[in-house]
Design a protein around this ligand. Sequence first.
Ligand SMILES: [Fe+2]
Ligand SMILES: [Fe+2]
Length: 419
Amino acid sequence: MEYMVNAEDLKPGMYVSRLDRPWLESPFLFQGFILRDEAHVREVREVCEYVYVESIHTDPAINLPSIATAPAPRASDNSRWRNRLKKFTAERPPWRRHSVSISEELSTARKVHGDSSALMRTALDNARAGRGVDIKAARTAVEDLTQSVMRNPDALGWMSKLKDEHEYTYKHSLSVCILTLVFGRHMSLPEEELHQLGLGAFLHDIGKMKIPMEVLDKPAALTPEEFTEMKRHPEYGVEIVTASGKVPDTVRDIILSHHERMDGSGYPQGLGAELIRPMTHMVAICDTYDAIVSKRPYKKPVSAVRAVEILNRERGSLFDPWLVDQFIQCVGVYPVGTLVELNNGETGIVVSANREARLHPRVLILINQEGERLERPFVRDLATDQTEEGNERHHIAHALGEEARGLTTADLEKYMSEV
Ligand SMILES: [Fe+2]
Ligand SMILES: [Fe+2]
Protein backbone atom coordinates (compact mmCIF):
# COMPACT_ATOMS: atom_id res chain seq x y z
CA MET A 1 0.00 0.00 0.00
CA GLU A 2 1.11 3.55 -0.72
CA TYR A 3 1.27 6.18 2.03
CA MET A 4 1.76 9.92 1.94
CA VAL A 5 4.72 10.89 4.13
CA ASN A 6 5.99 14.37 4.99
CA ALA A 7 9.55 14.87 3.81
CA GLU A 8 10.55 15.62 7.42
CA ASP A 9 9.43 12.13 8.46
CA LEU A 10 11.38 10.24 5.80
CA LYS A 11 13.86 7.60 6.90
CA PRO A 12 16.48 5.46 5.15
CA GLY A 13 14.91 2.15 4.09
CA MET A 14 11.67 3.72 2.85
CA TYR A 15 10.71 3.13 -0.76
CA VAL A 16 9.69 6.38 -2.46
CA SER A 17 7.20 5.49 -5.19
CA ARG A 18 5.98 8.98 -6.19
CA LEU A 19 6.93 12.58 -5.54
CA ASP A 20 4.70 15.57 -4.89
CA ARG A 21 5.67 17.04 -8.29
CA PRO A 22 6.14 15.95 -11.87
CA TRP A 23 9.12 13.78 -12.45
CA LEU A 24 10.92 16.16 -14.77
CA GLU A 25 10.84 18.91 -12.17
CA SER A 26 12.99 16.82 -9.86
CA PRO A 27 16.65 15.86 -10.08
CA PHE A 28 15.78 12.19 -9.49
CA LEU A 29 16.10 9.84 -12.40
CA PHE A 30 13.27 7.64 -11.24
CA GLN A 31 10.20 7.79 -9.14
CA GLY A 32 10.77 4.54 -7.41
CA PHE A 33 13.85 4.22 -5.24
CA ILE A 34 14.88 3.12 -1.76
CA LEU A 35 16.24 5.86 0.45
CA ARG A 36 19.80 4.69 0.99
CA ASP A 37 20.99 6.86 3.85
CA GLU A 38 20.50 10.21 5.59
CA ALA A 39 22.23 12.08 2.75
CA HIS A 40 19.77 10.59 0.28
CA VAL A 41 16.88 11.57 2.57
CA ARG A 42 18.21 15.15 2.66
CA GLU A 43 18.30 15.25 -1.17
CA VAL A 44 14.61 14.40 -1.24
CA ARG A 45 13.80 16.95 1.49
CA GLU A 46 15.45 19.67 -0.55
CA VAL A 47 13.07 19.06 -3.41
CA CYS A 48 9.80 17.77 -1.95
CA GLU A 49 7.45 18.66 0.88
CA TYR A 50 5.94 15.22 0.86
CA VAL A 51 6.31 12.01 -1.11
CA TYR A 52 4.47 8.72 -1.46
CA VAL A 53 6.02 5.66 0.13
CA GLU A 54 5.16 2.10 -0.91
CA SER A 55 5.00 -0.31 2.00
CA ILE A 56 5.75 -3.52 0.04
CA HIS A 57 9.27 -2.40 -0.85
CA THR A 58 9.95 -0.55 2.40
CA ASP A 59 12.10 -2.02 5.16
CA PRO A 60 9.55 -4.01 7.24
CA ALA A 61 11.11 -2.70 10.46
CA ILE A 62 9.61 0.72 9.65
CA ASN A 63 6.03 1.10 10.84
CA LEU A 64 4.66 3.13 7.98
CA PRO A 65 1.01 3.61 9.05
CA SER A 66 2.18 5.33 12.26
CA ILE A 67 4.43 7.72 10.30
CA ALA A 68 2.23 8.44 7.30
CA THR A 69 0.00 11.51 7.16
CA ALA A 70 -2.58 9.66 5.09
CA PRO A 71 -3.03 6.78 2.72
CA ALA A 72 -2.02 8.02 -0.71
CA PRO A 73 -4.72 9.06 -3.13
CA ARG A 74 -4.96 6.72 -6.06
CA ALA A 75 -2.51 7.50 -8.86
CA SER A 76 -5.37 7.43 -11.30
CA ASP A 77 -8.92 6.22 -11.35
CA ASN A 78 -7.98 3.40 -13.68
CA SER A 79 -8.60 0.82 -11.00
CA ARG A 80 -9.12 -1.98 -13.45
CA TRP A 81 -5.77 -1.24 -15.11
CA ARG A 82 -4.12 -1.09 -11.67
CA ASN A 83 -5.53 -4.49 -10.70
CA ARG A 84 -4.48 -5.95 -13.97
CA LEU A 85 -0.99 -4.52 -13.66
CA LYS A 86 -0.74 -5.79 -10.11
CA LYS A 87 -1.58 -9.32 -11.18
CA PHE A 88 0.78 -9.00 -14.12
CA THR A 89 3.64 -7.84 -11.94
CA ALA A 90 3.08 -10.31 -9.12
CA GLU A 91 6.28 -11.47 -7.47
CA ARG A 92 8.21 -13.79 -9.74
CA PRO A 93 11.63 -15.24 -9.22
CA PRO A 94 14.09 -13.09 -11.17
CA TRP A 95 15.77 -14.57 -14.20
CA ARG A 96 19.27 -15.60 -13.28
CA ARG A 97 21.95 -13.11 -14.18
CA HIS A 98 23.72 -13.35 -17.50
CA SER A 99 24.88 -16.91 -17.90
CA VAL A 100 27.40 -16.05 -20.63
CA SER A 101 29.35 -12.88 -21.42
CA ILE A 102 28.40 -10.57 -24.28
CA SER A 103 31.45 -11.60 -26.32
CA GLU A 104 30.59 -15.29 -25.89
CA GLU A 105 27.00 -14.66 -27.00
CA LEU A 106 27.79 -12.28 -29.84
CA SER A 107 28.43 -14.91 -32.53
CA THR A 108 25.22 -16.82 -31.73
CA ALA A 109 23.33 -13.53 -31.49
CA ARG A 110 24.64 -12.53 -34.92
CA LYS A 111 23.41 -15.83 -36.43
CA VAL A 112 20.02 -15.68 -34.69
CA HIS A 113 19.66 -12.05 -35.77
CA GLY A 114 20.60 -12.92 -39.37
CA ASP A 115 18.19 -15.87 -39.52
CA SER A 116 15.30 -13.94 -38.01
CA SER A 117 16.03 -10.94 -40.27
CA ALA A 118 15.73 -13.22 -43.30
CA LEU A 119 12.52 -14.69 -41.94
CA MET A 120 11.06 -11.30 -41.18
CA ARG A 121 11.87 -10.15 -44.69
CA THR A 122 10.10 -13.19 -46.19
CA ALA A 123 7.11 -12.70 -43.89
CA LEU A 124 6.75 -9.07 -44.92
CA ASP A 125 7.24 -9.85 -48.63
CA ASN A 126 4.57 -12.53 -48.40
CA ALA A 127 2.18 -10.20 -46.63
CA ARG A 128 2.74 -7.57 -49.29
CA ALA A 129 2.08 -10.11 -52.02
CA GLY A 130 -1.17 -11.08 -50.30
CA ARG A 131 0.15 -14.42 -49.06
CA GLY A 132 -0.13 -15.62 -45.46
CA VAL A 133 2.56 -15.53 -42.79
CA ASP A 134 4.35 -18.70 -41.74
CA ILE A 135 3.40 -18.47 -38.07
CA LYS A 136 5.27 -21.68 -37.24
CA ALA A 137 8.55 -20.32 -38.63
CA ALA A 138 7.99 -17.02 -36.83
CA ARG A 139 7.43 -18.92 -33.61
CA THR A 140 10.70 -20.82 -34.02
CA ALA A 141 12.60 -17.62 -34.77
CA VAL A 142 11.18 -15.95 -31.66
CA GLU A 143 12.10 -18.97 -29.55
CA ASP A 144 15.73 -18.69 -30.74
CA LEU A 145 15.68 -14.96 -29.99
CA THR A 146 14.26 -15.69 -26.52
CA GLN A 147 17.02 -18.19 -25.73
CA SER A 148 19.68 -15.66 -26.71
CA VAL A 149 18.07 -12.91 -24.62
CA MET A 150 17.89 -15.30 -21.67
CA ARG A 151 21.61 -16.07 -21.91
CA ASN A 152 22.68 -12.45 -22.32
CA PRO A 153 20.24 -9.65 -23.26
CA ASP A 154 23.01 -7.23 -24.27
CA ALA A 155 24.28 -9.24 -27.25
CA LEU A 156 21.07 -9.17 -29.29
CA GLY A 157 20.27 -5.70 -27.98
CA TRP A 158 23.51 -4.57 -29.54
CA MET A 159 22.86 -6.41 -32.83
CA SER A 160 19.57 -4.62 -33.24
CA LYS A 161 21.28 -1.27 -32.87
CA LEU A 162 23.15 -2.02 -36.07
CA LYS A 163 20.42 -1.12 -38.47
CA ASP A 164 20.59 1.05 -41.52
CA GLU A 165 17.99 3.40 -42.81
CA HIS A 166 16.65 1.11 -45.53
CA GLU A 167 14.08 -1.59 -45.08
CA TYR A 168 12.89 0.11 -41.96
CA THR A 169 9.83 -1.99 -41.21
CA TYR A 170 11.58 -5.31 -41.03
CA LYS A 171 14.48 -4.06 -38.98
CA HIS A 172 12.14 -2.10 -36.75
CA SER A 173 9.94 -5.18 -36.20
CA LEU A 174 12.94 -7.23 -35.23
CA SER A 175 14.34 -4.51 -32.96
CA VAL A 176 11.01 -4.11 -31.20
CA CYS A 177 10.83 -7.88 -30.77
CA ILE A 178 14.31 -8.01 -29.20
CA LEU A 179 13.72 -4.95 -27.06
CA THR A 180 10.41 -6.40 -25.83
CA LEU A 181 12.06 -9.73 -24.98
CA VAL A 182 14.78 -7.92 -23.04
CA PHE A 183 12.05 -5.97 -21.22
CA GLY A 184 10.05 -9.17 -20.58
CA ARG A 185 13.15 -10.83 -19.17
CA HIS A 186 13.66 -7.85 -16.89
CA MET A 187 10.05 -8.31 -15.72
CA SER A 188 10.79 -12.01 -15.03
CA LEU A 189 7.97 -13.17 -17.29
CA PRO A 190 7.77 -16.95 -17.67
CA GLU A 191 9.20 -18.34 -20.87
CA GLU A 192 5.85 -19.22 -22.45
CA GLU A 193 4.66 -15.64 -21.96
CA LEU A 194 7.95 -14.35 -23.39
CA HIS A 195 7.31 -16.39 -26.53
CA GLN A 196 3.86 -14.87 -26.99
CA LEU A 197 5.10 -11.39 -26.19
CA GLY A 198 7.99 -11.79 -28.63
CA LEU A 199 5.77 -13.16 -31.38
CA GLY A 200 3.32 -10.29 -30.96
CA ALA A 201 6.17 -7.78 -31.10
CA PHE A 202 7.72 -9.56 -34.11
CA LEU A 203 4.45 -9.27 -36.04
CA HIS A 204 3.12 -6.02 -34.59
CA ASP A 205 3.52 -3.96 -37.79
CA ILE A 206 2.85 -6.73 -40.31
CA GLY A 207 -0.28 -4.80 -41.38
CA LYS A 208 1.97 -2.05 -42.77
CA MET A 209 2.55 -4.33 -45.72
CA LYS A 210 -0.92 -3.40 -46.94
CA ILE A 211 0.01 0.28 -46.93
CA PRO A 212 1.39 1.55 -50.25
CA MET A 213 5.19 1.95 -50.25
CA GLU A 214 4.94 5.64 -51.23
CA VAL A 215 3.05 6.31 -48.01
CA LEU A 216 5.15 4.00 -45.84
CA ASP A 217 8.50 5.52 -46.84
CA LYS A 218 7.34 9.06 -47.59
CA PRO A 219 10.16 11.43 -46.70
CA ALA A 220 7.70 14.13 -45.58
CA ALA A 221 4.67 14.53 -43.34
CA LEU A 222 1.65 12.47 -44.36
CA THR A 223 -1.53 14.12 -45.64
CA PRO A 224 -4.59 13.60 -43.41
CA GLU A 225 -5.90 10.94 -45.83
CA GLU A 226 -2.56 9.13 -45.86
CA PHE A 227 -2.42 9.27 -42.09
CA THR A 228 -5.91 7.79 -41.80
CA GLU A 229 -4.83 4.94 -44.06
CA MET A 230 -1.61 4.45 -42.08
CA LYS A 231 -3.66 4.19 -38.89
CA ARG A 232 -5.41 1.16 -40.29
CA HIS A 233 -2.27 -1.00 -40.16
CA PRO A 234 -3.22 -2.65 -36.83
CA GLU A 235 -6.51 -3.90 -38.29
CA TYR A 236 -4.81 -4.99 -41.50
CA GLY A 237 -2.28 -6.87 -39.35
CA VAL A 238 -5.01 -8.82 -37.57
CA GLU A 239 -6.57 -9.68 -40.93
CA ILE A 240 -3.25 -10.99 -42.19
CA VAL A 241 -2.47 -13.18 -39.20
CA THR A 242 -6.05 -14.43 -38.89
CA ALA A 243 -5.92 -15.57 -42.50
CA SER A 244 -2.56 -17.22 -41.78
CA GLY A 245 -3.71 -19.68 -39.13
CA LYS A 246 -4.15 -19.92 -35.42
CA VAL A 247 -2.39 -17.27 -33.35
CA PRO A 248 -2.60 -16.80 -29.59
CA ASP A 249 -5.04 -14.18 -28.40
CA THR A 250 -2.19 -12.20 -26.78
CA VAL A 251 -0.45 -11.93 -30.14
CA ARG A 252 -3.61 -10.73 -31.87
CA ASP A 253 -4.17 -8.16 -29.14
CA ILE A 254 -0.61 -6.80 -29.48
CA ILE A 255 -1.04 -6.41 -33.25
CA LEU A 256 -4.41 -4.71 -32.90
CA SER A 257 -3.73 -2.48 -29.90
CA HIS A 258 -0.05 -1.49 -29.90
CA HIS A 259 -1.01 2.12 -30.76
CA GLU A 260 -3.62 2.41 -27.99
CA ARG A 261 -2.63 4.80 -25.20
CA MET A 262 -3.54 5.01 -21.50
CA ASP A 263 -5.49 8.25 -21.88
CA GLY A 264 -7.61 6.94 -24.77
CA SER A 265 -5.84 9.07 -27.39
CA GLY A 266 -4.54 6.09 -29.38
CA TYR A 267 -5.93 4.12 -32.31
CA PRO A 268 -7.68 2.23 -33.83
CA GLN A 269 -10.27 2.00 -31.05
CA GLY A 270 -9.24 4.79 -28.68
CA LEU A 271 -9.21 2.28 -25.80
CA GLY A 272 -8.63 3.63 -22.30
CA ALA A 273 -6.41 1.98 -19.72
CA GLU A 274 -9.35 -0.19 -18.65
CA LEU A 275 -9.10 -2.23 -21.83
CA ILE A 276 -5.38 -2.23 -22.55
CA ARG A 277 -3.40 -5.33 -21.64
CA PRO A 278 -0.02 -4.95 -19.91
CA MET A 279 1.81 -7.10 -22.47
CA THR A 280 0.43 -4.98 -25.31
CA HIS A 281 1.43 -1.86 -23.42
CA MET A 282 4.98 -3.20 -23.04
CA VAL A 283 5.19 -3.54 -26.83
CA ALA A 284 3.77 0.00 -27.21
CA ILE A 285 6.58 1.38 -25.04
CA CYS A 286 9.30 -0.55 -26.91
CA ASP A 287 7.75 0.41 -30.27
CA THR A 288 7.77 4.10 -29.36
CA TYR A 289 11.32 3.95 -28.05
CA ASP A 290 12.61 2.22 -31.19
CA ALA A 291 10.78 4.66 -33.45
CA ILE A 292 12.39 7.59 -31.60
CA VAL A 293 15.95 6.25 -31.79
CA SER A 294 15.68 5.13 -35.42
CA LYS A 295 16.87 7.06 -38.43
CA ARG A 296 14.01 7.66 -40.88
CA PRO A 297 13.84 9.40 -44.25
CA TYR A 298 12.19 12.38 -42.55
CA LYS A 299 14.10 12.46 -39.28
CA LYS A 300 17.54 12.01 -37.78
CA PRO A 301 18.07 9.33 -35.14
CA VAL A 302 17.69 10.63 -31.60
CA SER A 303 20.04 9.45 -28.85
CA ALA A 304 18.80 6.78 -26.45
CA VAL A 305 19.22 9.29 -23.63
CA ARG A 306 16.85 11.74 -25.29
CA ALA A 307 14.39 8.90 -26.07
CA VAL A 308 14.28 8.08 -22.37
CA GLU A 309 13.49 11.74 -21.64
CA ILE A 310 10.68 11.74 -24.19
CA LEU A 311 9.15 8.57 -22.75
CA ASN A 312 9.38 10.09 -19.32
CA ARG A 313 7.50 13.14 -20.44
CA GLU A 314 4.63 10.95 -21.61
CA ARG A 315 4.49 8.78 -18.51
CA GLY A 316 1.14 9.05 -16.80
CA SER A 317 -0.64 10.29 -19.92
CA LEU A 318 0.20 8.06 -22.86
CA PHE A 319 2.08 5.38 -20.94
CA ASP A 320 1.81 3.75 -17.56
CA PRO A 321 4.41 5.42 -15.31
CA TRP A 322 5.41 2.25 -13.52
CA LEU A 323 5.99 0.31 -16.74
CA VAL A 324 7.97 3.24 -18.18
CA ASP A 325 10.19 3.21 -15.07
CA GLN A 326 10.68 -0.53 -15.43
CA PHE A 327 11.55 -0.10 -19.09
CA ILE A 328 14.12 2.59 -18.36
CA GLN A 329 15.63 0.53 -15.56
CA CYS A 330 15.86 -2.33 -18.02
CA VAL A 331 17.49 -0.55 -20.98
CA GLY A 332 19.55 1.68 -18.72
CA VAL A 333 19.85 5.37 -19.34
CA TYR A 334 22.85 4.58 -21.50
CA PRO A 335 22.07 1.33 -23.32
CA VAL A 336 24.85 -0.99 -24.42
CA GLY A 337 26.40 0.34 -27.62
CA THR A 338 25.88 4.03 -26.81
CA LEU A 339 28.86 6.18 -27.75
CA VAL A 340 29.65 8.60 -24.92
CA GLU A 341 32.08 11.35 -23.97
CA LEU A 342 33.33 11.46 -20.39
CA ASN A 343 33.91 14.58 -18.30
CA ASN A 344 37.67 14.17 -18.79
CA GLY A 345 37.32 14.31 -22.60
CA GLU A 346 37.72 10.60 -23.29
CA THR A 347 35.34 8.93 -25.74
CA GLY A 348 34.11 5.37 -25.39
CA ILE A 349 31.31 2.93 -25.91
CA VAL A 350 29.00 1.58 -23.20
CA VAL A 351 29.71 -2.12 -22.91
CA SER A 352 27.44 -3.11 -20.06
CA ALA A 353 24.67 -1.29 -18.34
CA ASN A 354 24.99 -1.19 -14.59
CA ARG A 355 21.41 -1.94 -13.56
CA GLU A 356 21.92 -0.63 -10.03
CA ALA A 357 23.70 2.62 -10.94
CA ARG A 358 22.14 3.57 -14.25
CA LEU A 359 24.28 6.65 -14.80
CA HIS A 360 27.51 4.76 -14.22
CA PRO A 361 27.91 1.95 -16.76
CA ARG A 362 31.13 0.27 -17.85
CA VAL A 363 32.66 2.15 -20.77
CA LEU A 364 35.29 0.89 -23.19
CA ILE A 365 37.53 3.92 -23.77
CA LEU A 366 38.49 4.19 -27.45
CA ILE A 367 39.75 7.76 -27.79
CA ASN A 368 41.93 9.57 -25.27
CA GLN A 369 41.67 13.14 -23.96
CA GLU A 370 43.82 14.38 -26.84
CA GLY A 371 41.39 12.96 -29.37
CA GLU A 372 43.71 10.13 -30.43
CA ARG A 373 42.41 6.65 -31.14
CA LEU A 374 43.85 4.22 -28.56
CA GLU A 375 45.73 1.21 -29.77
CA ARG A 376 44.69 -0.66 -26.67
CA PRO A 377 41.22 0.37 -25.56
CA PHE A 378 40.53 -0.22 -21.87
CA VAL A 379 37.38 -0.50 -19.76
CA ARG A 380 36.44 2.15 -17.19
CA ASP A 381 33.84 1.03 -14.70
CA LEU A 382 32.19 4.35 -13.85
CA ALA A 383 30.50 2.86 -10.80
CA THR A 384 33.82 2.27 -9.06
CA ASP A 385 36.32 4.39 -10.98
CA GLN A 386 37.98 7.37 -9.29
CA THR A 387 40.06 10.08 -10.96
CA GLU A 388 43.76 10.35 -10.14
CA GLU A 389 43.06 13.25 -7.78
CA GLY A 390 40.67 10.97 -5.96
CA ASN A 391 37.91 13.54 -5.74
CA GLU A 392 35.51 13.87 -8.66
CA ARG A 393 34.45 10.61 -10.22
CA HIS A 394 34.64 10.04 -13.93
CA HIS A 395 31.18 10.37 -15.38
CA ILE A 396 29.41 10.65 -18.69
CA ALA A 397 29.30 14.24 -19.93
CA HIS A 398 27.00 13.43 -22.82
CA ALA A 399 25.98 10.76 -25.28
CA LEU A 400 27.22 11.10 -28.85
CA GLY A 401 25.35 10.23 -32.03
CA GLU A 402 26.17 7.00 -33.79
CA GLU A 403 29.31 7.07 -35.92
CA ALA A 404 30.64 10.15 -34.11
CA ARG A 405 34.38 10.87 -33.78
CA GLY A 406 35.12 8.93 -36.98
CA LEU A 407 34.11 5.61 -35.44
CA THR A 408 32.01 3.43 -37.72
CA THR A 409 29.52 0.84 -36.54
CA ALA A 410 31.90 -1.81 -37.97
CA ASP A 411 34.66 -0.47 -35.67
CA LEU A 412 32.32 -0.57 -32.73
CA GLU A 413 31.19 -4.11 -33.46
CA LYS A 414 34.83 -5.21 -33.59
CA TYR A 415 35.53 -3.61 -30.22
CA MET A 416 32.40 -5.11 -28.68
CA SER A 417 33.37 -8.64 -29.65
CA GLU A 418 36.74 -8.15 -27.96
CA VAL A 419 35.48 -6.89 -24.63
FE1 LIG B 1 2.53 0.15 -35.56
FE1 LIG C 1 5.98 -0.26 -34.87
